[in-house]
Design a protein around this ligand. Structure first.
Ligand SMILES: Cc1ncc(COP(=O)(O)O)c(C=O)c1O
Length: 416
């Protein structure tokens, strides 16, 4: 009866409840500042819809495995055999189970003692920080750390002590002032592709007796011989208490991850609020992820290819005068700065069939909005050539000389 009513257009929908002033004000602000941009009249996050043949640099499927036949077949078989299984919170899963096997497989592939697979990277980060920090624990967090980490600090009621992006000096000063706590960084920053100086950050934290948390959402799967991520690649796995990740990047699925000691894993399974109060992954997602661990460990050529693609495009963009940072990662940010400049850049690229992702406040500081290119293993030499050509074409139209520079390069431009 309910679904018939929905289909029957002659049944009127209920009128919306009367507006309440405090909510009306917040919503009005969104419409005024975001939905209709006063300069362009458009929404900064809503560009064109890509057409056939356009180049998409918007996906986090870095290794191009979203349609991998082995992974799809594992999911198909699971769905066929057990449907959606028993939907429930993972707190009720113990003993031998596909979830525990998957956790063992990911831990082994990532050089960790144990692992917890969560519903998302957001749940991993919020659940972890809420379980390890408290109002008495200072949390030293890089200013560019992912929002889910900030949200975890907030939900712990812990005092956030943000340090300047990638500045070990700033981190050390804060630790000296506030004492031991939790140090929180991303290994590879999702908006601008910067790499964290992991060795130095970890050393600063360790010397002061801090717990170390590294979000590896964008490095797990892509870095390391078997895709174990940057921390393990650098031989630092035994110095980081918690490595977290989203499994919707190189793993191209839906889920999150915490890599840690077996003792901490047991604690988190029964402490993290998302682990207790939100339902776990479905059987076909777990089966698909198990296959994904095998594919990622085995198919090293995908890692090599995405990083080769990144190197080639970065070299072309640098030669064109784009300031894209020093690192060699698969995330390339064109930081236009003010939002109207980012919209202009997006429109110029999209008009020529190249699609990146727009990032703006609150994902970036207010005047450092950007178009992000995420590269993948399937991009061909022709695709890279086309992207470079388009970037060459739009270069003067979008006037890249007025874009903001990374802090380290500002004096050079002024001198020039
Ligand atoms: C660095 C980082 N951490 C955590 C997350 C959250 O992951 P998920 O999308 O699985 O919730 C993301 C995704 O945007 C991310 O980029």
């Amino acid at each position: 009866m309910h679904s018939n009513a929905l289909q029957d257009k002659s049944v009127p929908s209920s009128p919306a409840p009367a507006e309440i002033p405090f909510l009306a004000q917040r919503v009005e602000r969104y419409y005024r500042e975001r939905a209709v941009n006063p300069v362009t009249g458009g929404h900064i996050l809503k560009g064109r819809t890509p057409a056939e043949g356009d180049v998409l640099l918007t996906s986090n499927d870095y290794l191009s495995i979203a349609c991998h036949p082995e992974i799809v077949e594992a999911q198909r078989r699971s769905l066929h055999d057990e449907g959606h299984g028993i939907p429930r919170s993972s707190v009720f899963v113990f003993g031998d189970s596909p979830l525990r096997s998957l956790e063992g497989e990911i831990a082994e592939a990532s050089q960790a003692e144990d692992a917890i697979v969560t519903q998302s990277g957001w749940c991993a980060n919020t659940g972890l920080l809420q379980s390890i920090a408290s109002p008495e624990t200072p949390v030293y967090i890089d200013m560019f750390a992912h929002m889910s980490l900030w949200e975890g600090v907030k939900s712990a009621g812990a005092p956030a002590r943000p340090f300047r992006h990638n500045s070990v000096e700033s981190l050390r000063k804060l630790i000296a002032k506030h004492g031991p706590g939790v140090v929180v960084v991303d290994s590879l920053y999702s908006t601008n592709g910067d790499v964290c100086p992991l060795r130095e950050v970890i050393e600063a934290g360790r010397e002061a007796g801090c717990v170390i948390v590294v979000d590896e959402a964008h490095s797990l799967g892509v870095y390391g011989g078997r895709g174990e991520g940057m921390v393990a690649e650098l031989g630092l796995a035994d110095q980081v208490h918690f490595r977290t990740a989203s499994l919707s990047k190189a793993y191209a699925a839906r889920g999150g991850l915490i890599l840690c000691s077996a003792r901490h894993a047991e604690y988190l399974r029964y402490q993290s609020l998302p682990a207790i109060f939100s339902s776990g992954l479905l059987p076909h997602e777990i089966a698909g992820l198990s296959a994904t661990v095998r594919v990622i460990s085995r198919e090293r050529f995908r890692r090599d290819k995405v990083l080769r693609n990144a190197g080639a495009l970065r070299a072309r963009l640098r030669a064109l005068g784009y300031e894209i940072g020093e690192d060699a990662t698969q995330i390339i940010a064109l930081v236009a700065g003010a939002e109207h400049l980012t919209i202009q850049l997006r429109d110029a690229l999209e008009a020529r069939g190249v699609f990146g992702s727009v990032f703006c406040d609150p994902a970036t500081p207010r005047n450092r909005s950007l178009v992000r290119f995420t590269l993948n293993a399937d991009l061909t030499a022709e695709d890279l050539e086309r992207i470079a050509q388009v970037c060459a074409e739009v270069r003067s139209e979008v006037d890249i000389d007025q874009w903001p520079l990374p802090r380290a390069q500002r004096p050079q431009r002024m001198a020039a």
